[in-house]
Design a protein around this ligand. Structure first.
Ligand SMILES: Cc1cc2nc3c(=O)[nH]c(=O)nc-3n(C[C@H](O)[C@H](O)[C@H](O)COP(=O)(O)O)c2cc1C
Length: 338
């Protein structure tokens, strides 16, 4: 399989919700929710890609070559690359149902694990989005991160018990789904959560908790106060607020505010190993990639996901060679030009 064949194979299956564009930037699918686009004009999706392409990497190949180590330690485990599959739910709702929720979860969880990384899985208006991932996560020995919507805490606790039984290594909550049109349309009660409500969740379980959808230094400090393990700097791929900032642009101030006390993930328009490098240079511990993994899963199942992971990983290694970075600790903000 090569990448073009993977895209071609997906193109036949994923239409019309995703057109498998040359650059997955939210222009053609703008406003398509349910679907795969960003809210309204799609500006909050596009701005992420525009910001990332404006960041340049400094070339430096005068150094003692000791090889490149792309690995990252998180959740007490080591992963081969510092990027993961972002949670995407709703194969029927947002795509055409050509693969089921369970088949999607199998593709991303097993495919990412095979490549030495891991997948986050989604949640949604239909409980099956969350429930279908659990047997897959269990089969994978817990090497995945289920994500729960900001339901009322009693419902969150029920879901946390289930993910504990499945042995999940961590779990997330996309707190920004408080603004998701899909859920409002389905009449499902999600809402913003106070620091106290988030603290109740971290006290309820020992499983590391990640708050997804933080976009400010203040928000990061609140997640820290609530006892979170980490945050995902995310605007839900531009799906919740048309006027959100580029996610990677707010990384430096967030890192400065919380130091090393929180693990910082970021998503939104990460499309290459160079983008992963830029995200880490700006302050992230790891990146998440969403929509391109759906294309990989539709195009080639678990094998497609594994292939795509190795492609992005090889690009990252190449950039590290060209910028004099032997491991992730060398990828600092002075390696990029803003
Ligand atoms: C169709 C679709 C469904 C999504 N479902 C979820 C979800 O269930 N939970 C969640 O936290 N994020 C969800 N997201 C957001 C993604 O996890 C991610 O934040 C976003 O797609 C940005 O990354 P990308 O630009 O690489 O796609 C969804 C995004 C899309 C496009």
């Amino acid at each position: 399989m090569n990448y073009q064949e993977l895209l071609e194979s997906a193109r036949g299956k994923i239409a019309p919700q995703c057109r498998v564009c040359k650059e997955c930037n939210g222009v053609v699918c703008r406003g398509e929710i349910p679907g795969t686009g960003g809210k309204g004009s799609g500006a909050a999706f596009k701005i992420c890609l525009d910001f990332l392409s404006s960041v340049k990497i400094k070339l430096d190949t005068i150094y003692e070559n000791k090889g490149q180590d792309t690995s990252v330690s998180l959740f007490g485990q080591t992963f081969k690359y510092p990027f993961f599959v972002a949670p995407i739910g709703g194969m029927n709702l947002n795509y055409n149902g050509a693969i089921t929720e369970r088949e999607y979860d199998e593709a991303v969880v097993f495919g990412a694990n095979k490549a030495g990384t891991a997948a986050f899985t989604g949640d949604g208006a239909n409980d099956s989005f969350f429930l279908d991932s659990l047997p897959v996560i269990k089969e994978a020995g817990g090497k995945a991160v289920p994500t729960i919507k900001p339901w009322k805490n009693e419902k969150v606790f029920e879901k946390v018990k289930l993910l504990e039984e499945a042995g999940a290594m961590a779990f997330a909550m996309d707190i920004d789904s408080a603004g998701l049109i899909n859920l409002a349309l389905a009449g499902k009660p999600v809402s913003a959560k106070s620091v106290e409500e988030l603290s109740e969740i971290t006290k309820f379980t020992k499983v590391p908790f990640i708050v997804k959808g933080v976009m400010t230094a203040e928000g990061a400090k609140k997640a820290l106060e609530a006892g979170a393990y980490g945050i995902v700097v995310s605007s839900h791929g531009g799906r919740v607020l048309e006027h959100a900032a580029a996610t990677c642009s707010v990384l430096p101030e967030i890192r400065e505010a919380v130091g090393d006390k929180l693990k910082i993930f970021v998503d939104g328009g990460i499309r290459s190993g160079a983008d992963v490098f830029k995200a880490i240079a700006l302050g992230a511990d790891a990146a998440l990639i969403g929509r391109p993994y759906v294309i990989a899963a539709f195009g080639g199942g678990a094998e497609g996901v594994e292939f795509y992971t190795e492609k992005i990983g090889a690009e990252l290694r190449d950039i590290m060679i060209m910028s004099g970075c032997k491991d992730l600790s060398d990828i600092t903000i002075d390696k990029v030009i803003l």
